[in-house]
Design a protein around this ligand. Structure first.
Ligand code: HEM
Length: 498
């Protein structure tokens, strides 16, 4: 171990001297957060939620500053204005991704749209996703599956309440299962209850499939490989890290292969269905097995995770704030009367939109955007930012600063309203879906599902938080997954009599 540290020390010194020499003529670098030799600011980032440390530093160093993570330099952007400058105006100089080792392995070296550098693969991949799955015409085709999913969740809640009215129900169990079913059906053509996986020599249940495809990935990307920070030490083995990540990757790939092969048999029988897989096979007969696995897996993962995170936080806040819940319920009654809320009602429900936008602000599901990388010298907020710098966009800080938001810690949907009308201009101050050419592809689907679900859940039931859960706002994962699942008492409302 000592020899490793010695090499690290020499490597760090060489890197520092080289950087000093190359920076001699740079006169206007962003302010630097002081750190230690060699490790830089790493010791200040031990907690697994760096967005909070970044936000504290912004109070002292401003909306843009630089940090050292071992041998690398990163600039951290903490205001929407400078974040948009990086994502939109300076996109041509900041269009590559910087992936940590774990994500690099799990994405098979950037073979997913969200993790890819901008270029042909990204352009084609995003075009396919938008055309077949998430663009506005594609969304219409999947409308019936979204409606069925929400109907099924409402029926499950009704059954749980009537079976056991005194026990708070676990929202996440129901929503995760419904959303995963939709994600798999959109990606592959049908939901799945079990699958035989050759590599495991046994049949996996639906829960095990979810674990291998979604859950384990979310935990695995939290694994830190210290060699990310000291690339000159990449020859030193880090066995526990590698075993964990490679096992997760192999399990994900084996399960996805089995799921895809089953659907290929269906397609070979001539049974076409509406799905991303059917589309991809028809459009690109030459896709390799690896490419197909990665493209299909990506949409399952992305559709199954962040929409849950956003909807769970919204329902947590609704259950915690009875007056705001009542305001939402009254709006639904006034606009929908005795009709069941549908996606067609959404534009006429400003408070509902405000509830959703305020949730995305206060509980941004992706608090730090996937890191970008400066590949040619550029400038941000008037500072020079040299090629080779990592760009970290801290969405959490953009949404929580007192300059833009009164009492930013408060969940207050009314801040998105003006005399009862939705203030869409306020959403320009938030970036929950990123921005520019890399903006989230699933924004419309997520909004439709989350808003319709929230409205249906409030139309059908009065929600009350489980006692003692009022302060359970901690998060885990790279997405702002609620640490403690939302548990609430639901009381069915009698439609038309209140
Ligand atoms: C509330 C729910 C969601 C949130 C908050 C969210 C957020 C994000 C964010 C922050 C990014 C990175 C943008 C950037 O780097 O500038 C992203 C990218 C992406 N998201 Fe979402 N997302 C959500 C739902 C979805 C859904 C339902 C899908 C459907 C499959 C999806 C698919 C994607 C894809 C494909 C990308 C990559 C876009 C690109 O690189 O061009 N997202 N999302």
């Amino acid at each position: 171990m000592q020899s490793v540290l010695a090499v690290a020390a020499v490597g760090g010194l060489v890197a520092a001297l080289a950087e000093r020499a190359s920076n001699k003529n740079s006169i206007n670098l962003p302010p630097a957060v002081p750190g230690l030799p060699i490790i830089g600011n790493l010791h200040q980032l031990k907690e697994k939620k760096p967005q909070q440390a970044f936000t504290r530093w912004a109070e002292d160093y401003g909306p843009i500053y630089s940090i050292k993570t071992g041998a690398s330099t990163a600039v951290v952007l903490n205001s929407t204005e400078v974040a948009k400058e990086a994502m939109v105006e300076k996109f041509s100089s900041i269009s590559t991704r910087k992936l940590a080792k774990a994500v690099s392995i799990l994405s098979r070296d950037k073979k997913m749209v969200a993790g890819s550098d901008s270029g042909e693969f990204h352009r084609n991949g995003k075009r396919h996703i938008m055309k077949s799955l998430l663009g506005s015409s594609a969304l219409k085709q999947y409308r019936a599956s979204r409606d069925t999913m929400i109907d099924d969740m409402v029926s499950t809640f009704h059954k749980m309440v009537s079976d056991d009215p005194k026990t708070p129900l676990n929202f996440r169990e129901v929503f995760t299962s419904g959303l995963f079913g939709l994600s798999v059906a959109q990606a592959l053509g049908e939901d799945v209850s079990s699958i035989y996986v050759e590599e495991f020599g046994r049949v996996l249940s639906r829960d095990e499939i979810y674990e291998a495809v979604v859950h384990d990935f979310m935990w695995c990307v939290l694994e830190v490989d210290w060699r990310d920070f000291f690339p000159y030490l990449s020859w030193v083995p880090n066995e526990s890290f590698e075993t964990k990540v490679l096992t997760t990757e192999a399990r994900r790939t084996a399960v996805m292969r089995a799921l895809i092969n089953r659907q290929k048999e269906r397609i070979a029988r001539g049974e076409a269905r509406l799905s991303y897989l059917d589309y991809l096979l028809a459009e690109n007969a030459e896709l390799t097995e690896e490419q197909l696995i990665m493209l299909i897996w990506e949409v399952v993962l992305e559709a199954a995770d962040t929409t849950l995170v956003a909807t769970e936080w919204a329902m947590y806040e609704v259950a915690k704030n009875p007056e705001k819940q009542d305001r939402l319920y009254q709006e639904i009654r006034e606009v929908c009367g005795n009709e069941t809320v549908t996606e067609e009602h959404l534009p006429r429900l400003p408070y509902l939109n405000a509830v959703f936008q305020e949730t995305l602000r206060r509980h941004a599901p992706v608090p730090i955007l996937p890191p970008r990388f400066v590949h040619e010298n550029t400038s941000l907020a008037g500072y020079d930012v040299p090629a080779g710098t990592e760009v970290i966009i801290n969405v959490y800080a953009c949404h929580m600063n007192e300059k833009d938001w009164d009492e930013p810690d408060e969940w207050e949907p009314a801040r998105f309203l003006d005399g009862g009308r939705f203030r869409s201009a306020e959403t320009n101050k938030t970036i929950p879906f990123g921005g520019g050419r890399r903006i989230c592809a699933g924004m419309m689907q997520a909004t439709n599902i989350a808003c319709t679900s929230i409205a249906r859940f409030v139309q059908e039931f009065a929600w009350r938080l489980k006692e003692g859960d009022e302060d359970k706002v901690d998060t885990v994962h790279v997405t702002a997954y609620k640490l403690d699942p939302l548990c609430a008492y639901l009381t069915p409302r009698a439609r038309g009599t209140e």
